[in-house]
Structure formats: C-alpha cells, structure tokens
Design a protein around this ligand. Structure first.
Ligand code: UGA
Length: 426
C-alpha cells in the first residue's frame, strides 16, 4: 500500500525518514524553512552527508519526493510526521517551540480536510508532549474533533552516518498511539520492514527514546569509569569489556572506553531526562554521574599528554579526528572540542586533521592550523592525539616516523595496534 506523507523538518531525521519512506514506495513532501535545503533536496543533492542518501534522492527527487516551504501538502496527504529539532534550553530541558509551531501549522492546514489524517511525532520529546502540546494545538487550529484525526508517537533510533541502514533494518519499531486506526496506518507504513513492532501509549513511546539513549550513554560512561580504573591498575580494559560483554545479560556493544560520547543526541537527551526527573521531584544520581564522567573523560587526554611531554607551551601537537564519531562531518559536542580548547589555553601550536569535519571546526577554532593530509599534520609533531574512530586511522604506522622521535601517540579511541601507543584508558 502506498501512502502520501508530509514530513515537517528536513534535518537528518526528517530527510532520512522521507527518503526511506519514498524508497519503500510512498509519496513524500518535506516541509522545510531553509530555502537552500529545499533547493538542494529538489535537485537530488543531499544537504548533509549520510551514507546511501544521495542514491535515493537522485532516484526520487522531483518524482515521488519533494521539498517545499508550504504546508499545502498536509491537507492532501494521509500522514504528517513531525521531525523538527528539540534543542536544549540553558537548564538542559527541551525547547518545544518548533514542535508547537509545527503542530499549529499542521492544524491550520487540516482545517479544510475532511478525510481521516494521522499526525505522528518523531522528534525526541519529553513524555507528555504529544498529549499536552501536539494534540491540543492540532485540534484547536484545525477546529476538528479527535474522531477523524489520529495521533502517534514513533521515535527514531537512527545513528548519524548509518541512518539509512538503521531505518531500513531496525531492531524494533515503536508506535505509541491514540487510537487503533492511527496505529494500523503506521503499522502498514512500516510493513515492508522486518522488525518487531511494539505498540504502547503515547507517553511510553516518548519515554522509550530517552531510556534507550540514556542507557547507551550509561554503558559508555560505565566503560570509561572501568577503563580509568583499569588504566591505574595496568589492565587492558578492552580485554575486560570483551570478557564481560559476552555475558548475554550485558551484551558486547557500546562498551568501548575512550574519550566519551558526543553528538547531538546523547548529551542533550540525558540532560533532558535529568531535567524532567527533577521537575517531578526525583534526584537522578546515576544520570548526573553519566554526564560528569563524560565531561571529565576528554580532559584525561590533556593529563596524558602532560605526563608524556611536560610543559606544552609552543609544542606542536597533531589532533587527528574532529567529528564526534566516524562517517560524519558533525562536530556537535565532539570530544575533540574540550581537548583543543585545553591545548590552546596552554599555548600549543595545534594542527588538526579530519577527513570530513575540518570546515565546521574551522568556524569554531579559526586560529589553529588545519592540515590537508595526515602526513602534514604529523610532520615534526611533538605528540599526536587521536580523537575520532575513523577507520583510516587504524591503518597508520609508517606515517608516525614523520613525528619527532620517539613518537608520542595518544589515543582517545582504540584504533592503532603499535606497542608504543598509549590510550586514555589503556
Ligand atoms: C545516537 C543513538 O545511537 C541512536 O540510536 C539515536 O537514534 C540517536 O543518538 C538520536 O537520538 O537521534 P548518534 O548520536 O548518531 O546516535 O551516535 P552513536 O553512534 O550512538 O555515537 C554517539 C557517541 O558515542 C559517539 O561520540 C561515539 O564515539 C561514542 N561511543 C559510542 C563511545 O564512546 N563508545 C561506544 O562504545 C560507542
């Protein structure tokens, strides 16, 4: 069955969701405010880097996939999906301004439609948002009753850089719904995918997303804490986590100790859950610790470099990896940011390299040097810090002979197999 879908928000979640639903045979209109993005999507050129996205856009842009700044498509389609951002407020809570405005615009667009319509929230929102913000705004602005508009909350579990793969091969699909008809339409939409479908209340679906991201972030901070203890005891934390992770109750994934987690999701979502917990009188001690460990972890790279080369003033230090993880140009909350800040403060001559993210980092740190190759970055360097798990770094070996000898190679990710490499937790 093919459906007509409007997606509000053409960021990485909205665009990937739109592209994948088109790929599965539906007609999709992406509603976006940024004219440059609209133009780019309609030309079949992805405005962000995401593996596999270009092929889908080239195939369907202008035939079954369109981008526009108008909400007119909402009245013509079967399902609208809200994929706008929920950026953090200064106190860590989620800013729901874009969610509210999307709900108002969808409501207004539905005023003259009589056919049943499903409004779905895919953005990560605090439990209660769909019921307390989206449903009332859509109903008020459409002047329609809830019997011919259904509401769903359908969180995404997409990793940046692997989002198409994650969308098409999910571990599970979570659908929170207000009524069985809406639930049935969403189930149909996902029916080409082979994955268990979990049906919940709207609020449980919202909470599942925060729980998943907070648990994954907890696994990382836990591994880092064990890694810090192992480092002091001279034990290899990767051997330890391999041994522990093969217990099926623990699981082998997300146990890689190192410089900690970055990105636009884990830091923001754990902080939002903390803020939500405190707003209802709970003291989430564990979640606070997850953030605290993550903030201290990259600074351990600075301690390590000090312990190896002493005073850092005027030393030349290569930083390899600026993106918050491999396969993306995204530097949001990247663990290399506090490290570069610390190095600058100590008067270091920083030379940075990343296969994709240098232009973004240049805006944040215009005064450091950026190398056009790994070799240029390493040339005559007093130390090299590896901050991102780019697979190409794992092949480095001979290149380190360009550094001052013997080379000081320090890793925030476990990438390089050489006896003279020291890691943040190993
Ligand atoms: C994360 C979740 O993995 C997705 O399921 C979720 O949908 C998404 O957030 C979101 O909320 O939209 P993402 O932020 O793209 O996805 O990145 P991850 O691949 O999960 O990595 C996050 C960070 O954790 C990276 O900085 C990575 O280097 C770090 N990490 C990951 C570790 O330090 N150790 C590990 O073992 C795994």
């Amino acid at each position: 069955m093919s459906l007509s879908i409007s997606i509000v928000g053409g960021g990485y979640v909205g665009l990937v969701t739109g592209a994948c639903f088109t790929h599965l045979g539906n007609n999709v209109t992406i509603i976006e405010v940024d004219e440059k993005k609209i133009d780019s999507i309609n030309k079949g050129v992805p405005p962000i880097f995401e593996e596999g996205l270009e092929e889908i856009l080239l195939k369907y842009s202008g035939t079954r996939l369109f981008a526009t700044n108008s909400y007119a498509s909402v009245a013509e389609c079967d399902v609208s999906i809200i994929c706008v951002g929920t950026p953090p407020n200064p106190d860590g809570s989620s800013n729901l301004e874009y969610i509210r405005s999307a709900a108002i615009s969808i409501g207004k667009a539905l005023k003259d439609k009589n056919r049943y319509h499903v409004v779905t929230v895919k953005s990560t929102v605090p439990p209660g948002t769909t019921e307390k913000v989206v449903i009332p705004e859509v109903l008020k602005n459409s002047e329609r009753k809830s019997d011919n508009i259904g509401f769903c909350m359908n969180p995404e579990f997409l990793r940046e850089g692997r989002a198409i793969e994650d969308f098409l091969h999910p571990d599970r699909i979570v659908i929170g719904s207000s009524d069985e008809r809406a639930e049935g339409i969403l189930k149909d939409l996902y029916s080409p995918l082979q994955a268990p479908v979990i049906i919940t209340s709207l609020t449980a679906a919202e909470m599942i997303k925060y729980t998943s991201n907070s648990f994954l972030a907890t696994k990382i901070s836990f591994s880092n804490e064990i890694g810090n203890i192992c480092k002091k005891l001279g034990i290899d934390v990767y051997d330890v986590m391999k041994g522990a992770g093969l217990d099926h109750r623990i699981g082998p994934h997300f146990l890689n100790a190192g410089a900690g987690f970055g990105g636009s999701c884990f830091p923001k979502d754990v902080s939002a859950l903390i803020s939500l917990a405190e707003s209802v009188g709970e003291k989430p001690k564990l979640l606070h610790a997850v953030i605290e460990v993550n903030e201290i972890q990259p600074l351990k790279m600075l301690e390590l470099v000090h312990s190896r080369i002493g005073d850092l003033k005027s030393k030349r230090i290569a930083v390899l990896g600026l993106a918050f993880k491999d396969n993306t140009d995204d530097i949001r909350d990247s663990r290399s940011i506090p490290v570069i800040k610390g190095l600058i403060k100590e008067g270091v001559d920083v030379i940075a390299y990343d296969p994709m993210a240098m232009s973004h980092m240049q805006k944040l740190f215009p005064a450091i040097s950026y190398a056009d190759s790994i070799e240029t970055a390493l040339n005559n360097a007093d130390a090299c810090l590896i901050m991102t798990e780019w697979p190409l770094f794992s092949q480095l070996d001979e290149e380190f002979s360009l550094m001052k000898q013997p080379p000081v190679i320090l890793e925030g990710r476990r990438m390089i197999k050489r006896p003279d490499v020291e890691g943040i937790c190993w």
